[in-house]
Ligand binder design. Structure first.
Ligand SMILES: Cc1cc2nc3c(=O)[nH]c(=O)nc-3n(C[C@H](O)[C@H](O)[C@H](O)COP(=O)(O)O)c2cc1C
Length: 202
């Protein structure tokens, strides 16, 4: 095996370094975040940094890159305080990937990539109709990470929409049955195969 050091990756070409470092942390859940701005324009973008923060209260976080003129997810979350997270399946993987492009604010990525929006009464941001597991978060806190200009965005779980059959007797969600995909790096996607559930170790 070969050992790498900062003197290696600090001198690599930008894209090569990004691929290498991004895929080092392994398989991630990959999701579409749905938001809406104050003018009522929807936005949809793919994110793979979603992380469980705690179950009680139910808190979920994600990392947002440094803001640019074309970053709409975080700007919309700041404006309206709500956002949806939607699992991705094989059937719309290419459309989901396409949402990673930098589009102007007037562009609704749902329309651009051909995904249907699902609106629920009393809830502002759109869900992805085709997603089998989706949930609504209420913005709680953004923590700037000064080290690289990114943000940890924390939301509180407000609603969950899924087929009840995927819930096991003890509350565990069989997301492998819903065909949710995983990702690694910036362009690799995986189907998943269930290995087993283990006994809780006390
Ligand atoms: C597989 C994949 C995963 C991504 N994960 C993230 C992420 O976790 N955080 C992030 O800020 N951008 C991530 N991106 C990039 C965003 O999708 C991209 O910046 C997008 O334009 C953001 O949309 P917005 O400008 O509407 O907020 C990812 C892109 C791909 C293809």
């Amino acid at each position: 095996m070969k050992m790498f050091a900062p003197s290696d990756w600090e001198n690599w070409e930008r894209k090569y370094r990004a691929h290498f470092i991004n895929s080092l942390t392994g398989y991630k859940s990959v999701n579409l975040i749905g938001t809406i701005n104050e003018e009522g324009k929807s936005n949809l973008a793919i994110f793979s940094s979603i992380v469980h923060i705690g179950s009680n209260p139910a808190l979920i976080g994600f990392i947002n890159r440094p803001l640019t003129d074309t970053s709409h997810t975080l700007k919309n979350i700041r404006q309206t305080g709500y956002y949806t997270i939607n699992h991705i399946h094989d059937s719309f993987l290419d459309q989901a990937h396409e949402t990673s492009g930098k589009y102007p604010a007037e562009v609704n990525e749902f329309d651009l990539v051909g995904l249907k929006e699902m609106f629920v009464e009393g809830i502002k941001p759109p869900f992805v109709a085709a997603s089998k597991i989706k949930y609504l978060l209420r913005f709680q806190k953004e923590i700037p990470i000064e080290l690289n200009g990114t943000y940890l965005i924390i939301g509180k779980l407000e609603r969950v929409i899924l087929e009840e059959e995927i819930i096991e007797g003890d509350g565990f969600l069989k997301i492998h049955d819903s065909g949710s995909v995983a990702s690694n790096g910036m362009d690799a996607y995986y189907g998943t195969s269930f290995i087993k559930r283990n006994k809780e170790v006390r």
